[in-house]
Design a binder for this molecule. Structure first.
Ligand code: PEP
Length: 252
């Protein structure tokens, strides 16, 4: 399957940012999206507290709404946690799992991430599974080994284009303003594509692989032109409608 046949996805990860008043920014994104990025799917993942109101505001628009994490269990004595079913109940259609901040700050292992991805599928959500190497791992020449290990450990059986998106996010590029060279991104994405197909069969050809890490309007076009880069997961720049839409414009 060629890159052209995979519909790109621009996903915004708001992290722990946003209050009720942030719906004004969402409205700007919804309105602006009518004019840019016609060739791409657009997704905003606000904090859990805003999913319901964002999903209601975005209903009927081009903007889909997703969660940033979920617990693997559907319900139970897990104080403070949110299940995939709860996200779906609020109107989310996707959920990020295994973000490096979760892997680092909450000690999430590949097995935990795999269980969360399976939970997302159980609830009918698309799982956006994040993988990526640290700076030390890159400098030690371990990047592809790390990506292979994370892919093997984090993906449940039964992947499809509808239920899975992979986000390659070098940890050292997140929020730092640093990005890998185009050659490094191309190598990582080609490796990820080959690994998914080898492990999960031809369905892996249709799975979208996003690049994430300091993407902004000024570098989006170059990054998105790389083979096997089927869109982007955007952190900081997704908080501002002009920046998020400027990135989406790479697909106009
Ligand atoms: C992220 O946290 O997923 C991310 C890509 O952040 P940023 O765009 O701010 O580097």
């Amino acid at each position: 399957m060629s890159q052209l046949e995979r519909r790109p996805l621009i996903a915004g990860n708001w992290k722990m940012n946003g209050l009720k008043a942030s719906s004004a920014e969402l409205v700007r994104i919804i309105q602006g999206a009518a004019n840019v990025g016609a060739g791409a799917d657009l997704l905003i993942c606000p904090p859990a507290t805003l999913i319901m109101s964002f999903a209601e505001a975005a209903r009927g628009s081009r903007i889909a709404v997703g969660g940033q994490d979920c617990r693997a269990e559907p319900s139970g004595a897990f104080t403070g946690d949110v299940s995939a079913e709860m996200l779906a109940d609020l109107g989310a259609t996707a959920v990020i799992v295994g973000h490096s901040e979760r892997r680092t700050l909450h000690q999430e292992t590949d097995a935990v991430v795999r269980a969360k991805a399976a939970a997302a599928w159980r609830a009918g959500l698309t799982a956006i599974v994040c993988i990526g190497e640290t700076r030390a791992e890159r400098e030690a020449g371990q990047t592809l080994a790390v990506l292979g290990r994370q892919l093997d450990g984090s993906l449940p059986a039964g992947v499809s284009a509808a239920n899975l998106v992979i986000a390659y996010e070098p940890v050292w590029a997140i929020g730092t303003g640093l990005t890998p060279t185009s050659g490094d991104v191309a190598q990582a994405h080609e490796f990820i594509r080959e690994r998914i197909v080898a492990t999960h069969g031809e369905a892996g050809q249709a799975v979208r692989i996003l690049y994430g890490g300091s993407v902004k309007p000024s570098n989006a076009r170059e990054l998105m032109a790389i083979a096997n880069v089927d869109g982007t997961l955007v952190g900081g720049a997704s908080l501002k409608a002009t920046d998020f839409l400027g990135i989406a414009a790479a697909y106009s």
